[in-house]
Design a protein around this ligand. Structure first.
Ligand SMILES: Cc1ncc(COP(=O)(O)O)c(C=O)c1O
Length: 388
């Protein structure tokens, strides 16, 4: 048996929709991308959704459209995928790391205010692994301190906080459609916003600065009149092939998310007696979408020796599980410990202690649509049998 950490299962309809698009001859940002965007807005209740090439591109474009200037500071959790920090760096900004809460793996909101300086302009809360960050205090701090929120909702499709979909709290939300996400277009990203002017600006920036999209031009009365270009833009357009794939999947989003929650519930049930393993944070005000199933192999105490001890045990265990056909991964990395950031900002692992601990002691187990009952049980049983 080989159980991957994640797997992409495409339906017959997905393949048909992609084939239809290929046969239509319209391959770049066109009617299918439009349909995906409409469905994304219907699902998240964001007024505007814009498809782009990835979540990383989405965050970059949003910061640019929101007027990010060289030297601006942006608060970023230290435990996230590297691109949350990279986009700030790419725009000539300064990344201000903030530590996380080990229960949720998300920003520790009580640390945020300490990080704000006169140069802080942005905050990028991340809804890691499908669990919303604690948005009420974050929105309040941003309001009080005049910061702009760009939500990294890469893993957040189907995640709610107090009945509101993530990606709709800040000025913008940025989602990923990478194959490890619940809905995938291979590579891909979506930007959500309720701000019409901003949506228009981002739409222009993603398409070489053109005011009129190809779809508008071709469906209008004068397709032969080329657009004006009002910005020095990029090419961040999603292909219509991807749009067709995304549109087909989002039309069964409820089922996709239901199945992921079902698998997660099986894990909660099987593993609830394990005192040494913290499963993903659960709370009635949060709807988790289980982009993955990240757990914490709990250190006896939160100190260096216990963390290193658990890290050794976890790594050996991951290897054993791998030999037994079960793929696992650390939940994600602590960005401040990666060479680029540790060197540039002279950071030590301990500087963001919980983020470092999370990178050494977290473990994600397989969770994907199409995971079979016997596979879930096999994984759950092997976890339960583990001798700590
Ligand atoms: C938290 C987070 N942010 C950003 C990204 C980047 O997404 P993309 O690969 O679509 O650029 C990821 C991807 O895994 C992620 O997990």
């Amino acid at each position: 048996m080989h159980i991957p950490i994640s797997k992409t299962i495409l339906s017959k309809k997905d393949i048909t929709e992609v084939t239809k698009c290929l046969k239509s001859g319209w391959l770049v940002q066109g009617p299918k991308v439009k349909e995906l965007e409409i469905q994304w807005s219907n699902f998240t209740k964001a007024k505007f959704s814009l498809a782009v090439t990835s979540c990383t591109t989405a965050m970059y474009l949003c910061l640019k459209a929101l007027g990010f200037q060289k030297g601006d500071e942006a608060i970023v959790p230290a435990f996230t995928w590297i691109s949350t920090a990279n986009v700030v760096e790419q725009l000539g900004g300064k990344v201000i790391f903030c530590d996380i809460d080990l229960n949720s793996f998300n920003l520790n909101v009580s640390e945020i205010e300490k990080k704000i300086t006169k140069k802080t302009k942005f905050i990028l809360p991340v809804h890691l692994f499908g669990l919303s960050a604690d948005m009420d205090p974050i929105v309040k701090i941003a309001k009080d301190r005049n910061l702009i929120i760009v939500e990294d909702a890469a893993c957040g499709f189907g995640s709610f906080y107090k009945n509101k979909h993530v990606g709709t709290f800040g000025e913008v939300g940025c989602f990923s459609l990478h194959p490890r996400k619940s809905i995938t277009t291979g590579e891909g990203g979506i930007i959500t916003t309720n701000n019409k002017d901003l949506a228009e600006k981002i739409s222009v920036l993603r398409d070489h600065g053109a005011v009129t999209t190809d779809l508008q031009r071709h469906s209008g009365p004068k397709p032969f009149v080329l657009s004006d270009h009002i910005e020095c833009g990029f090419n961040a357009r999603m292909t219509d092939i991807q749009g067709a794939l995304g549109y087909s999947q989002i039309s069964r989003a409820k089922d996709i998310l239901k199945e992921r929650r079902f698998i997660a519930e099986k894990y909660y049930k099987h593993l609830s007696t394990l005192k040494w393993l913290d499963m993903p944070f659960k709370h009635k005000e949060y709807v988790h979408s289980f982009q993955s199933f990240p757990c914490l192999y709990k250190p006896k105490e939160i100190n260096i020796d216990s963390i290193l001890d658990v890290n050794r045990k976890r790594n050996n265990w991951m290897e054993t599980l791998n030999n037994d056909g079960i793929s696992t991964r650390p939940a994600t990395h602590a960005v401040h410990t990666l060479s680029y950031y540790s060197k540039k900002y002279n950071l030590k692992p301990k500087d963001f202690f919980n983020s470092w601990a999370a990178s050494l002691c977290s473990i994600s187990f397989p969770l994907f649509n199409g995971m079979k009952k016997n596979e879930i049980e096999y994984v759950a049983n092997r976890i339960t049998e583990h001798k700590i």
